[in-house]
Design a protein. Structure first.
Length: 139
């Protein structure tokens, strides 16, 4: 089976580096399926699940923001945030949603950074969706 190298890096650390058969990434315009020998591209990422198949097994990481570069035999993900699936915390994501809602309710509109609040809401919602999908697939 054909393979390619996948590198996933956040601002803090290299989270994954290995040989994979397929990558499914949350592109800003929709999910992207990447196979070995894929055409070259660069795209932005939205908050969501980055799935990959390694040795026939599917694995997941949560990514939020950043870029993905695809070369025929190398995929590089430079994400603002990367969280291993096992480290996702539904309670923390729900708290982030509540914090964003509270900020919208109690602040002067001129003091709000709507883009940052929207990014925080999107990331928290995507984390909860991923937790539920993974939980359902494990049952």
């Amino acid at each position: 089976m054909a393979t390619m190298k996948l590198d996933v890096v956040s601002a803090e650390e290299e989270v994954f580096s290995g040989t994979v058969e397929e990558v499914i990434a949350p592109g800003s315009m929709g999910d992207l399926g990447i196979m070995p020998k894929h055409a070259q591209l660069i795209t932005t990422l939205k908050a969501g699940e980055l799935r990959y198949i390694e040795d026939g097994e599917e694995a997941s990481l949560f990514v939020a923001g950043g870029l993905m570069e695809v070369q025929p035999h190398v995929v590089t993900v430079l994400a603002d945030t990367v969280i291993r699936a096992a480290d996702l915390d539904e309670a923390a994501a729900k708290e982030a949603i509540q914090r964003a809602k509270d900020a919208l309710d109690g602040k002067d509109p001129e003091d709000l950074d709507y883009e940052a609040l929207q990014a925080e809401l999107d990331a928290a919602k995507a984390q909860i969706e991923m937790i539920h999908r993974i939980g359902k697939s494990l049952r």
